[in-house]
Each structure stands twice: as structure tokens, then as C-alpha cells.
Design a protein around this ligand. Structure first.
Ligand SMILES: Cc1cc2nc3c(=O)[nH]c(=O)nc-3n(C[C@H](O)[C@H](O)[C@H](O)COP(=O)(O)O)c2cc1C
Length: 388
């Protein structure tokens, strides 16, 4: 528990965040989404028995949309850890149960699909004798075996994403969240430091979206027009928090418009502090800019209800942080101005599965701070070195 109850000014009315979000393809019961969180609790790539109940608890706790931990489409070098689940791999029935349990609690569920590309590191990698693949075989890490993707590698990874998304649709998921952030494979194409190709996959930021567009297009072809695709991207790469893909709204439009045209329905910019303006001369944060540019439903995220941002590439580097509900005032003000549609919560709901309900009912002194001891004691996430 927090030592003293966190302050929330009495004039803050959180009810608007409990209004449904109605979009062309899906209706979500409220505006709170559980953000994707790796747990590294899937030995051999199979989700553990407790996973459906873990997600159901969060749906019952008031999260209208559950986005699952990152899961790997069927491709031999998509993993950085054998404890990260395959999608679906041999765990298809357990994944289907996740969807059923979340639905039974009245919420919707998207699976996050990721491919690590060159992000595999030497300490913890499945298939360590196989080289990592990515746009140019270049990534600032210590895994020694790396190579640039050939055209056939590109086709294989696109097919793997498309097949995983088709499976998600078939077994009852409501959509997919594509990990195009944090230095994962699509982000490796976006980032000029890791994309040094001299073909049609490199150029300005708009050209560097080609691989992601092809992944989105492959998925769209496999799932048809009505299945929601959410796209996560980030300026920063873990742990390179200073990196920026785009410096101004014009470049942001060059990044987003091709992705929207390729079939993205929701954007999920990974932010560490939701209240920070993105570009000089405007108070809009990244989510606000995305809505302005694309008009697409957009999530915001980053230290909602917490004092400090997420830091470190590994759980062991993630600092504990206190609860702070003061920033909900800014969140509500930004929401009322229409700057985003959904609020993502990660650490707050790892330690407090019922965070939205607790906040709605004013039970602030029942909210736990985020610290690894609480998380690990409750066995809601495996230890030390969960990368994301
Ligand atoms: C334990 C943990 C695991 C995470 N795993 C993922 C992941 O699998 N995929 C992802 O895109 N982001 C991952 N993240 C980042 C979160 O989705 C989120 O963007 C970040 O924690 C900021 O939200 P917060 O301030 O509410 O914690 C992870 C974060 C944590 C704390």
C-alpha cells in the first residue's frame, strides 16, 4: 500500500473514461486498455495455465481492452527468449481460452505480435546458433550472428505475421496489436541507424515504412477488411531513450499516413510520460498529433497514475515507483479536448488488476505502488530479465 493516500483533486470526474468507444469495426466498453506486457512465463513458447485467469482478472478490474503480452508469429528467429510465448504454437487452445475468459468478463482482447529481428541478445536467446535477421544486419547489441534480410526472408516474416493474425481471428481474438516500436523488426526498418539498405526499403521515413506496410497488407489480406489492426510505434528504443524517428509534424505525417493507408485502424504510440508535448510550439502530445494527422482512434500511455516513467530495457533495471494520481487531472483535460480515445496502463495494472475500478470508486488507498517485489511475489510476471 502507499504510505499516504495519493492526492486526486475532488473536481476530477473520471466517468467520461468509462464511456464506450464505438468505432466502425469494434465497440470497446470503456477507454482503459491493458498495455502489452511481456511476462516471460511461457517455457517452450507455451502460455502457462494461469494466463487466461491473469487476463480475466484485469478485464474484471475494469479494463475494456486487454492487449496481451508480446507473442511470436511462426518464424524460427522471431524470439529472443524461449520463455516468450509463440502465437499460437502448441499453445493454441490456451490462447483461445484467454479470448474466452476476457470475453466472459465483458472486455475485448487483442494479441500483440512481435518479431525481435536483430534485437536478440547474447544472454537470452532462443535458437542461439541461428543468425538474427533485420534490414541490414546492424543493431547496437552483443548478439554475434546477424545478417541482412533477403527478399525471401522479408516474404517469410510477412507470411508469419499474416498467419498469426489469421489464427487470432479464427480462435476468437478481437484484433491484433503489431509491435512496430522499441527496436523490434518493423522499427528496425524505420530507424536510420539500423536500416542501411540500398533498395526500396530505405530512403526517407515514408519509404522506410515499406516493410511495415507490407506486413499490414499481408495481414489485411489474411483477415479481411473488418478485423481491427492496432499499430504500436515509438520514437525511443529501449534503452536508447533519446532516439527520435521524427522531428516535426511533417515527418510524423510521412510515417503515419502510409501506415494508415495500408490498413491500420488504431495507433498506439509508446510514450513514457503521456503529458509531455511532442514538438515545440504546441501542447499536443504524440497521441494528439496522431489524431490530428490521421483522424484514427488513438491510445495514450505513459506513467498514468504513477510518479516515474518506465526505464531500463530489463525488469531488473525498472525502477520502483510510487502511485501518483495527480496526473489524472491532465489526462482528463486532454481527453476532454479529444486528444486521444484510449488510455493504456501497464505497470499500474500489473500490480493492481482492478486499477480502473479502484479509481472509479475512489478507493485510492488500496492502490499498490509499482515494485518488483509486489509483482514477483504475486507471480504476475517473471523476474529480472523480461525484455520488451
Ligand atoms: C513488465 C513490463 C513488460 C513490458 N512488455 C512489453 C511488451 O511485451 N510489449 C510492448 O510493446 N511493451 C511492453 N512494455 C511497455 C508497456 O506496454 C508500456 O508501454 C510502458 O510500461 C509504459 O506504460 P506505464 O507507464 O503505464 O507502465 C512492458 C512494460 C513492463 C513494465
Amino acid at each position: 500500500m502507499t504510505s499516504s493516500p495519493p492526492a486526486l483533486s475532488a473536481d476530477i470526474d473520471v466517468e467520461p473514461l468509462f464511456e464506450p468507444l464505438r468505432t466502425e469495426k469494434i465497440t470497446l466498453p470503456n477507454r482503459f486498455a491493458m498495455a502489452p506486457m511481456t511476462r516471460k512465463m511461457a517455457p517452450g513458447g507455451i502460455l502457462p495455465e494461469g494466463a487466461p485467469a491473469y487476463y480475466r482478472r484485469r478485464a474484471e478490474g475494469g479494463l475494456g481492452l486487454i492487449i496481451t503480452e508480446g507473442a511470436v508469429p511462426p518464424h524460427p528467429v522471431g524470439h529472443h527468449s524461449e520463455d516468450v510465448p509463440d502465437f499460437p504454437g502448441a499453445g493454441e487452445e490456451r490462447w483461445a481460452e484467454v479470448a474466452r475468459e476476457v470475453h466472459a468478463a465483458g472486455s475485448k482482447v487483442f494479441v500483440q505480435l512481435w518479431h525481435a529481428g536483430l534485437k536478440r541478445d547474447a544472454s537470452d536467446t532462443a535458437n542461439p546458433t541461428e543468425p538474427s535477421i533485420g534490414p541490414s544486419g546492424v543493431y547496437p547489441n552483443d548478439f554475434p550472428l546477424k545478417r541482412a534480410m533477403t527478399d525471401s526472408d522479408i516474404a517469410d516474416v510477412i507470411a508469419a505475421f499474416a498467419s498469426a493474425a489469421a489464427t487470432a481471428q479464427r480462435i476468437g481474438f478481437d484484433g491484433v496489436n503489431l509491435h512496430g516500436a522499441h527496436g523490434y523488426i518493423m522499427d528496425q526498418f524505420f530507424w536510420s541507424r539500423t536500416n542501411r539498405r540500398d533498395d526500396g526499403y530505405n530512403g526517407d521515413i515514408s519509404t522506410r515504412t515499406r516493410f511495415a506496410r507490407e506486413v499490414i497488407g499481408g495481414i489485411r489480406e489474411a483477415v479481411g477488411p473488418d478485423f481491427p489492426i492496432m499499430f504500436r510505434f515509438s520514437q525511443h528504443k529501449n534503452p536508447y531513450y533519446e532516439v527520435r524517428l521524427v522531428e516535426n509534424p511533417r515527418e510524423l505525417a510521412q510515417l503515419l499516413e502510409p501506415l494508415a493507408d495500408a490498413g491500420v485502424d488504431f495507433f498506439d504510440p509508446s510514450l513514457r510520460r503521456f503529458w509531455l508535448p511532442e514538438f515545440e510550439g504546441s501542447d499536443l502530445n504524440m497521441s494528439g498529433w496522431i489524431k490530428k494527422i490521421t483522424g484514427k482512434p488513438t491510445m495514450t500511455i505513459g506513467s498514468v497514475g504513477l510518479e516515474n516513467p518506465m526505464s531500463g530495457a530489463k525488469m531488473s533495471e525498472v525502477k520502483d515507483t510510487e502511485v501518483s494520481l495527480v496526473n489524472l487531472g491532465s489526462l482528463l483535460a486532454m481527453f476532454r479536448r479529444g486528444e486521444f480515445d484510449l488510455v493504456g496502463l501497464a505497470r499500474s495494472v500489473l500490480t493492481n488488476p482492478g486499477w480502473p475500478k479502484l479509481v472509479r470508486e475512489g478507493r485510492f488507498d488500496e492502490i499498490y505502488p509499482y515494485n518488483q517485489t509486489v509483482v514477483m511475489e504475486r507471480l504476475e510476471c517473471a523476474h529480472e530479465n523480461a525484455p520488451y
